[in-house]
Design a protein around this ligand. Structure first.
Ligand SMILES: Nc1ncnc2c1ncn2[C@@H]1O[C@H](COP(=O)(O)OP(=O)(O)OP(=O)(O)O)[C@@H](O)[C@H]1O
Length: 259
């Protein structure tokens, strides 16, 4: 296993996020190490997406501190957050490609927003990103409606990688994919982590992803991280929700990795 940087990529301290009286994140603290793939699990509606969106400054918080690559995150329009935003890419839950743009144009979107580059260079970058996620230059000419679910996820990942981020946030990247496509996507994420040194924050319900690609897994329950560590540690956790999640009927197919 690669050596991890002791200075975390993401540091969340005592975070509180809610909507009106509904507290979703309740004094949560978490560190994501540089270069690791951290899987985030939790009940549906438990706050995983809210946590991810808070970290990247899209949802305001009521308390606590967030740092990403050493930069303090306040609000989406804050200068420090905007500067830090260059260090991350995001794959939202639905892929969220612009339907009127080709795959290539979708990948180029962040480049156009943030940089001044020639069309030729932008085409070159888009082709490189397409290849990086296992697609061809020809796939770049397709519109989202012409892509399979797996291809859509790959294009969305290529777009998240457009600005060469240090961190990628993935919100349920394998949802809706068949097990083979999901497995291929897992391999892709692991390969990108290893070749690019990426830090990956991955919200997922996919037990196979947790077991095969995540260096550590964090469990969110009652607005807090109630367990965090390698998968084998989570399987030993005595926390009632974590036990129910990993030892329930749906988890029987889980094959823990040998330590
Ligand atoms: N913009 C919002 N306004 C009000 N409530 C919100 C908003 N966004 C999320 N919530 C609420 O916050 C809670 C956590 O939602 P979140 O989407 O983070 O869950 P999740 O853990 O990602 O769930 P799932 O696994 O089903 O995707 C839910 O009760 C949701 O209704």
């Amino acid at each position: 296993m690669q050596e991890l940087d002791p200075q975390p990529a993401i540091r969340v301290n005592n975070l509180v996020v809610g909507f009106g009286r509904h507290v979703v994140i309740d004094h949560l603290s978490l560190e994501v190490r540089r270069g690791e793939i951290l899987g985030m699990v939790g009940a549906s509606g438990g706050g995983k997406s809210v946590l991810m969106r808070s970290i990247i400054g899209l949802i305001p918080r009521q308390g606590g501190e967030i740092e990403v690559m050493g930069a303090t995150i306040t609000g989406a329009h804050d200068r420090s957050t905007q500067h830090a935003a260059g260090s991350w890419g995001v794959l939202f839950q639905q892929g969220a490609l612009f339907s009127s743009l080709t795959a290539r144009q979708n990948i180029q979107f962040p480049l156009r927003e943030n940089l001044v580059l020639s069309e030729a260079l932008m085409d070159e970058i888009a082709t490189a990103k397409l290849e990086m996620v296992g697609l061809t230059a020809e796939d770049g000419d397709k519109f989202p409606a012409e892509l399979s679910g797996g291809m859509t996820k790959r294009v969305a990942l290529a777009r998240a990688l457009a600005l060469d981020p240090a961190i990628v946030f993935l919100d349920e990247p394998t949802s809706g994919l068949d097990p083979i496509a999901a497995g291929e996507f897992d391999v892709l994420i692991k390969t990108l982590q290893q070749t690019l040194g990426l830090t990956v924050f991955m919200v997922t319900h996919d037990l196979a992803s947790l077991n095969t690609v995540c260096d550590r897994v964090a469990a969110l329950a009652d607005g807090k991280i109630v367990a965090i560590g390698p998968m084998r540690d989570l399987l030993q956790s005595q926390h009632p929700w974590v036990r129910a999640y990993f030892h329930g009927k749906r988890s029987q197919m889980l094959q823990p990795q040998a330590s």
